[in-house]
Design a protein around this ligand. Sequence first.
Ligand code: FMN
Length: 327
Amino acid sequence: MAANTIYTRICTLHFTGPVMNSACPWATDEKDLNALYNSPYTGGVTTRTATEYGFKEDTTIHQHAFTPIASLNNYGYSPYPLSRYLIWIRSLLQNSTSPKPIIISITSSRPSELAYMINSIQLLRRELGDPSAPNSRIGIELNTSCPNIADKPPPSYDARTLLFLLHPLVEAVRKDPTLTVGIKLPPYVIPSQFTDVLNAIQSLQTEGEEQNPIAFLTCTNTLGGCLITADEVGMKRIEGKEWALAGGYGGMGGSALHAASLGNVHRFSNLIDNHPSLPMRQIAIIGVGGVSDSAGVKRMQAAGATMVECATALGRFGVEVFEKMQV
Ligand SMILES: Cc1cc2nc3c(=O)[nH]c(=O)nc-3n(C[C@H](O)[C@H](O)[C@H](O)COP(=O)(O)O)c2cc1C
């Protein structure tokens, strides 16, 4: 697909192909982001989740491992603060004429801090002329589903806590409707979890609005609380080192997660397509979980995904994996 051809849109974001990366450590620094952006096979790029001040990463604690069918990680967020991503993205987009968008993944447990972060993204969008352009080259994804933060359970497992965090996003979109925002959700397993989230999102709408302020749902993040033994990842079992990751538990991605992610995409997509509220029916789904080839992309699309992403396959095979994922 030519670099400037539009494949699909989610609100103001115009993607140049059907596949892209999801937030992960292989989208951490300027080199990663440039490689992902310059690949002719990515239709967009997502950054690793950034916080206002950067996450204190400790390589003796925060790790990942691969088995033939899964990845397991116990990372927090990017060690780089949001301000660093904004410098890299400014330079990348100033030197490109492609409409390919960059979705900046951010998180915070404090609405006031989130509002501040969104404002600094908006300053960059204005500087780049994004709000007055026919398409926006920067979107925002709020990560509400990292399972690895000990003292902060993912807000997306509790609809009321989630709602509390969505208000700064909604305010920003109301002030500037050219801003496209979405939320990263965890793998849900029972029907009421899906309807609770959708009810919370619907409650953000006001009378007469044609589009819900939340433009997309990214489904799914990793499944938390998983355990993989050192043997399974080919590590020699030594005394006190029986698990693949320091501390044992982590979030699982890769093929082993695929059926759950596909189920989440399908269920959300069905509920949204048949929703009685028109603004709710405009919400797009980005499918992610266990996709590494074109067959996986087609399954996600059949389940209702507008765009399809991967993290584990990117970590395992590098940026070249997006060529194998073309449909
Ligand atoms: C090592 C690793 C780190 C991740 N870090 C993030 C992150 O910072 N933010 C986020 O929203 N998701 C993160 N994820 C989740 C992925 O974006 C993705 O949702 C999940 O892994 C399922 O996709 P996959 O099967 O293609 O890996 C991470 C996944 C992996 C494997």
